[in-house]
Write a protein that binds this ligand. Structure first.
Ligand code: AHM
Ligand code: MG
Length: 336
């Protein structure tokens, strides 16, 4: 008989991790369980995105007479609704909403705070290209009752968990609670996330860079010289770095985490802070990369130490293999 395969579901993994911490209340595990349900609900709709012509386009009514929502609005509402009644959160914030999102009056308020990007890469929806959802969890700092903006505006170093869901050729749930980075692949036939990538570690140096190089003319000198440098032959491989750019950060980040290299979204003359959001993209991905052995920088500072001042503030991002991020910093800081 072939040796039996050990199937580890996300649920069981979370419970086993919790059992290792005798003082744990279980609240935190419950949040992760709720997030995995939200991920499956969003995946269900994302996987039907190509059927809009058959089922009805966004803004129209479908065959059951329901109004069809835009996928990013659907993801936003679904994640909020999956998370609002667990009793473990005191407030949420989403990239899609200007203000913080309160937990409805009638539900219990808990001690955690959830920030999320419900559907990352939304410009890729119509082209059947990888999408993602990103989440970041903090402990509240306010004493009780409804959460506040201060609960949300904490530095990334205070995150207690972070992760993403990638809706790609397979759908995966990747997260860290500060104890390794673990990836689970959805088996759609049974509707379970199964452990497929335990303790992900990023190579110390990679061979791929990922950036929207169309912005080249707007970059400052150090940034231009860094990218020019990557295009020269690398002594370690006898070839220049390869360029890969999906335009969905979750996809570009996931590849960088597994294969190594660097993902960059720099600031430029017009937008000195770049495009990506500190609270929904920069912080969670930075926690993940650091726990996988990589690093993340604004070019001048560790992203996790940036003091947030506004919910939707942007941050320049250089994230990936430790040696690649260090090299980028040297160019940006004029040391090369
Ligand atoms: P979105 O959250 O509206 O989808 O925007 C964020 C996306 C990232 O996923 C991606 O890295 C970046 O925007 C791509 O931007 P650009 O088209 O400027 O390269
Ligand atoms: Mg995004």
């Amino acid at each position: 008989m072939p040796s039996p395969q050990k199937f580890m579901t996300l649920e069981r993994y979370i419970n086993e991790q919790e059992a290792k911490h005798p003082g744990a209340s279980g609240e935190f595990s419950a949040i992760l369980h709720d997030l995995s349900l939200a991920a499956k609900l969003v995946w269900r709709e994302v996987s039907k995105a190509g059927l809009v012509n058959i089922l009805g386009a966004a803004g129209t009514t479908n065959t059951s007479g329901d109004e069809v929502k835009k996928l990013d609005e659907y993801a936003d509402e679904t994640i909020y609704k999956a998370m609002d009644h667990g009793g473990h959160l005191c407030v949420m914030a989403s990239e899609e909403n200007e203000d913080i999102l309160q937990i409805p009056e009638n539900y219990k308020k808990g001690k955690y705070v959830l920030l999320f990007d419900p559907l990352d890469g939304s410009s890729n929806i119509d082209a059947n290209i990888t999408l993602g959802s990103i989440f970041s969890i903090f402990k509240r700092v306010s004493p009780g009752g409804n959460g506040t903006i201060q609960d949300c505006l904490q530095k990334g170093i205070h995150q207690v968990a972070a992760g993403y869901v990638i809706y790609g050729t397979s759908t995966m749930f990747v997260y860290t609670t500060g104890n390794g980075v673990h990836g689970f692949t959805l088996d759609p036939t049974v509707g379970e996330f199964l452990l497929s990538h335990e303790n992900i570690t990023i190579p110390k140096k990679g061979k791929i860079y990922s950036i929207n190089e169309g912005n080249y003319a707007k970059w400052d000198d150090g940034m231009k010289r860094y990218i020019d440098f990557l295009k020269q032959e690398d002594k370690a491989t006898n070839r220049p770095y390869s360029l890969r750019y999906i335009g969905t950060m979750v996809g570009d980040f996931h590849r960088t985490l597994l294969y190594g290299g660097i993902f960059c979204y720099p600031g430029d003359k017009k937008n000195p802070e770049g495009k990506l959001r500190l609270m929904y993209e920069g912080n969670p991905m930075s926690m993940l990369v650091e726990h996988a052995g990589g690093s993340s920088s604004t070019g001048f500072q560790r992203v996790l130490e940036v003091q947030p001042k506004a919910l939707h503030q942007r941050v320049p991002l250089f994230i990936g293999s430790e040696e690649d991020v260090k090299l980028a910093e040297e160019f940006l800081q004029g040391k090369r």
